[in-house]
Design a protein around this ligand. Sequence first.
Ligand SMILES: Nc1nc2c(ncn2[C@@H]2O[C@H](COP(=O)(O)OP(=O)(O)OP(=O)(O)O)[C@@H](O)[C@H]2O)c(=O)[nH]1
Ligand SMILES: [Zn+2]
Length: 364
Amino acid sequence: MSFAPDILERLARARADLRMGVPIVLTAEGMAPLLVLAVETLTQNRLSALRQQQDTPILVITGRRAETLKARAYDGDVARVRLPGDAGLRWIHSIAAPEDDLRNPMKGPLHTERDGDARLHRMATQIVKSAQLLPAAVTATPTDAAVFALEHGLTVIPAELATPHLSATSPLHSVVHARLPMAAADAGRLHIFRPEDGGAEHYAIEIGRPSRDVPVLTRLHSACFTGDVLGSLKCDCGPQLDAALGQMGTEGEGILLYLNQEGRGIGLANKMRAYALQDQGFDTVEANHRLGFEDDERDFRIGAKILQEMGFSQVRLLTNNPRKIDMMENAGVSVSERVALKVGENAHNQAYLATKARKSGHML
Ligand SMILES: Nc1nc2c(ncn2[C@@H]2O[C@H](COP(=O)(O)OP(=O)(O)OP(=O)(O)O)[C@@H](O)[C@H]2O)c(=O)[nH]1
Ligand SMILES: [Zn+2]
């Protein structure tokens, strides 16, 4: 029995630290520990302190971002850029954030590291990404990491303990549910699910009392503040949400999972960065890549876990996205039928929907 935080709790702390601009320390057996700061929240004070460490600081970006900057990514999905001696906050930010790429395309030449082990640098970008910050970090090797972390009260993350959790889906638990009559259906019930890893809560809206023994009409909806709440015309999320609830109301039964994975998992701030790039002429997939993200950073296994927790194992899935079907099946939820959900096309989102069909395999 111990009061000390376990690795999941330490990872949650690490994400919160990075979001506030506080450094974390990553360790691995046989490797020099790594001090990590997220670029997005880096301050002048901390950059100056970083420069007082022994080694040249390294700026880690994803392979996607390196591709945009024409920098060599010897480590595949990440690139370690040596920080030039005169690089200030503005330069560092311009490497991580693409907003001025078109105005100022010549940022290099960027010298990337080829030798050495990039394992901890890769883990740094994974943790920064999971904190929904721009996926870039500045790192250095502190002289005596243990003393350093202790002295400064920093969160230490040992790679051996953290790695399995970085690609796993956290267990979730039902917190509460209560009756919620809605315009689309009188017999509604809202269930709140909370993950153990300190991440965002997800919701299940149960309509009627669907039998657990036959496939249930199901929608996996990803949060879209702009579409769901503001009625944005740039996507089809709002009309899809209404249509899914409407169909469940008409049939008298259904489950709508409202997963808090805004912006296909990159968070609202990064989605707005992507929208700014779309105004410069990039499509939805290119914008994600220029920011350093993959096309889609969502984990649909969360949806399967919630369904299983509620006792469902078979669904009729309302979607046009084949990845959702595959992920459900792989996670042990059988998809007996794909129910098309084609609503909300307008002049503003035609190109967006066409890109999803062309590049992400969405069914028309
Ligand atoms: N990164 C990014 N996210 C976007 C953009 N437009 C919409 N989104 C997000 O995309 C998600 C919408 O996905 P879904 O409604 O699940 O749609 P889908 O994956 O196309 O699948 P189906 O609707 O089931 O066919 C929401 O999280 C939105 O916030 C965009 O241009 N960039
Ligand atoms: Zn949307």
